[in-house]
Design a protein. Structure first.
Length: 348
């Protein structure tokens, strides 16, 4: 019953339901690209369904991971180059799952903004779908939150959630032993950690995001937004082969902090810093910021995005598995008695 006055609407309060519906319609084809064995329903329901038996598991253990993209989003927002951050979001979750021995099965995203820009949001979700395709997991749901007053104009935030599975008894790390070989998989740039320092260095340099990249093609902003490498397909094949004892995703904390997470008590690793060349982006960051080697190694991936710990007699076979999956592989060093990470050679 109406008293004749014009009532307020949700749209007048800043939330456009029609725009949200238009976004769902646009991203449905992208989500459909990610379908894999086990997916039971498309987007639009109150929850995503997944059939573990249809995915081929007999006695599965589930593994879950969640993460974001961090302040790398600030560069994407400021430049308008948002197409790759969805890949980053997926990578930060699924690269962690494989370190536990799990195959990523499905992914959900959370996208929050003050005012929904359907085209920008669709580009972001299409990037998420591309990351899922590259890692063999299905995008089965998510949430788009339009929250006026919570975010400045144009700003947004992202979070991701992934679930994987493994057969019972296949958890990593397992059987890590002294003498095991460390195989480093090349990164694709800074990935998604250390960007608060990156942004400070760029500020000190006096360059803008639209400046020519000092070490490569395109603009500085575009170069620093290179998406995180996905290591899933190679890792899943390596898990199925013989000799893989552990994996370490080299994120915040770098090699120094992440490798010990895959070791047993009383074990350390020795790494030869001359085993690979420091990529130009890290040389530029170190030079511009006057960053010492130890700080570089515990802040950035320094060119190594994942490390596989493998039995010495299976090192060549494991190296071939990762190479066949498209990764550049370096033999970094070995597991030793002791604690932490020790380095020989020089990075800078």
């Amino acid at each position: 019953m109406s008293n004749g006055k014009n009532g307020l609407t949700y749209a007048q309060a800043g939330v456009d339901i029609d725009a949200g519906n238009a976004l769902v319609d646009r991203i449905k084809p992208a989500a459909k690209r990610t379908n894999r064995a086990g997916v039971m329903a498309g987007l639009g329901g109150f929850g995503g369904l997944f059939d573990l038996k249809a995915a081929g598991y007999e006695d599965p253990v589930l593994v879950a991971a969640t993460d974001g993209v961090g302040t790398k989003l600030r560069i994407a927002i400021d430049t308008g180059e948002v197409d790759g951050v969805g890949i980053d979001l997926v990578a930060m979750c699924v690269n962690d799952l494989v370190c536990q021995g799990a195959e990523p099965l499905f992914f959900l995203d959370y996208f929050a903004t003050g005012k929904l820009d359907t085209d920008k949001a669709a580009r972001i979700v299409e990037g998420i779908a591309e990351g899922c395709v590259q890692s063999g997991c299905a995008l089965i749901g998510g949430e788009t939150a339009e929250m006026p007053g919570m975010y400045p104009d144009g700003d947004f935030d992202l979070a991701g959630f992934s679930v994987g599975a493994m057969e019972r008894g296949q958890t990593l790390p397992a059987n890590v032993s002294e003498g095991d070989v460390l195989l480093g998989l090349a990164s694709n740039g800074v990935h998604s950690n250390g960007y608060s320092l990156v942004r400070k260095i760029v500020e000190v340099s006096g360059l803008g995001w639209d400046a020519d990249c000092p070490w490569g093609e395109g603009t500085l902003g575009q170069a620093l937004l290179a998406p995180t490498a996905l290591y899933v397909k190679g890792a899943v094949q390596a898990i199925k082969a013989e000799g893989l004892h552990g994996l370490a995703h080299i994120t915040g904390g770098g090699l120094t902090e992440n490798l010990p997470r895959a070791l047993n008590d009383g074990q350390g690793v020795q790494i030869d810093l001359n085993a690979w060349d420091l990529p130009p982006v890290f040389k530029w960051l170190a030079a511009q910021g006057g960053i010492v080697e130890a700080e570089m190694l515990k802040t950035f991936n320094c060119g190594i995005g994942m490390v596989a710990i493998v039995a010495a007699d299976q090192a060549e076979a494991q190296r071939a598995v990762f190479a066949d999956a498209g990764h550049t592989v370096y033999e970094l060093g070995s597991v030793i008695a002791g604690e932490g990470v020790s380095y020989t050679g020089s990075l800078l």
